[in-house]
Design a protein around this ligand. Structure first.
Ligand code: SIN
Ligand code: FE
Length: 291
């Protein structure tokens, strides 16, 4: 099975019919990356200097909270800071429109979370193995537990130098979960409350989040798995966009610079097929409720 489902749209408020919307939702829920090859996020004149800024290289991730209009992780100031914030606010707006138009079945259920700008070239980036996103993994948030929510992410490659963003996409979630099931250890009694009390997590970490973080780590720590697991190379050209449930799709970012990303949360029960959610798959394998 190809891990990519391509769809031709070229503007951020595309008019498509209900059957096409269902097709897109089904592609996402069955673990595909929905690739939008013709969907370019255009950079405005006043935003061009951002890409030359020496300040960018210092942060792997600059994040923006659309609901609070709050930018975090940037060393910029003055006009550059304004332009950066403007860029990210525009992307937040564009992706909100896009998901409204493309993913009708999720209307009213998608919650817009953090926007991120990823200005650092992936090749040669120094990180710990756990933070190394060039290793296949599924996403979960250590400090913001997902509970019964999915992670849907929209990406756009805005590299002015025109380089593609290269990913590897691994095996289906069910296979990943079965492979590591016997290595997953339950949380220590009281740990969820303690993490929350200490402020390490914003809410109580569910057993589901605990197991997803372990799965993320097991995958990244397994060099043989990284090399030998079923996988495909996927190139996202500059000027293209794509989206995926990254809590489900095993992915690794191998090369590329300058991407924008918008995270949305979706309650599992708002899916067309909740049984495809990592939460439900893990619950099935472990024979108990996890969130
Ligand atoms: C990731 O979510 O692991 C990184 C994806 C990217 O920055 O392209
Ligand atoms: Fe990731």
């Amino acid at each position: 099975m190809s891990p990519v489902f391509s769809f031709a749209v070229s503007n951020w408020a595309p008019q498509i019919d209900a059957a096409q919307q269902q097709q897109l939702v089904d592609a996402l829920e069955s673990g595909h990356v929905v690739f939008l090859p013709d969907l370019t996020f255009a950079i405005e004149e006043n935003e061009q200097p951002i890409f030359q800024s020496e300040l960018l290289g210092r942060s792997k991730n600059i994040s923006y909270l659309p609901d609070r209009r709050l930018l975090k992780g940037s060393q910029s100031s003055g006009a550059e800071l304004q332009a950066l914030q403007g860029l990210m606010a525009r992307f937040a707006g564009a992706t909100a429109q896009l998901t409204t138009h493309l993913l009708g079945p999720y209307c009213g259920s998608l919650i817009q979370a953090r926007t991120s700008f990823r200005p650092v070239e992936i090749v040669g980036r120094q990180t710990s193995w756990r933070k190394d996103d060039s290793r296949l993994h599924v996403d979960n948030f250590p400090s913001s537990p997902c509970g019964t929510q999915r992670i849907l992410r929209v990406f756009s490659n805005i590299d002015p130098a025109g380089q593609p963003r290269l990913w590897r996409v691994g095996e289906p979630f069910d296979s990943v979960a079965r492979r590591y099931l016997n290595t997953l250890r339950p949380p220590l009694p009281g740990s969820s409350r303690l993490l929350n009390t200490l402020g390490i997590t914003k809410t109580r970490r569910s057993a589901y989040d605990h197991f997803m973080l372990q799965l993320h780590d097991r995958m990244k720590a397994d060099a043989s798995y990284q090399q030998h697991a079923d996988q495909d190379n996927v190139a996202f050209p500059a000027g293209s966009s794509w989206m995926a449930f990254t809590d489900q799709v095993s992915h690794a970012a191998m090369a590329g610079q300058f991407a924008l990303e918008q995270t949305f949360m979706l309650p599992v029960e708002s899916m067309r097929s909740p049984s495809a959610a990592p939460l439900r798959i893990l619950e099935g394998l472990m024979h108990r409720r996890l969130a």
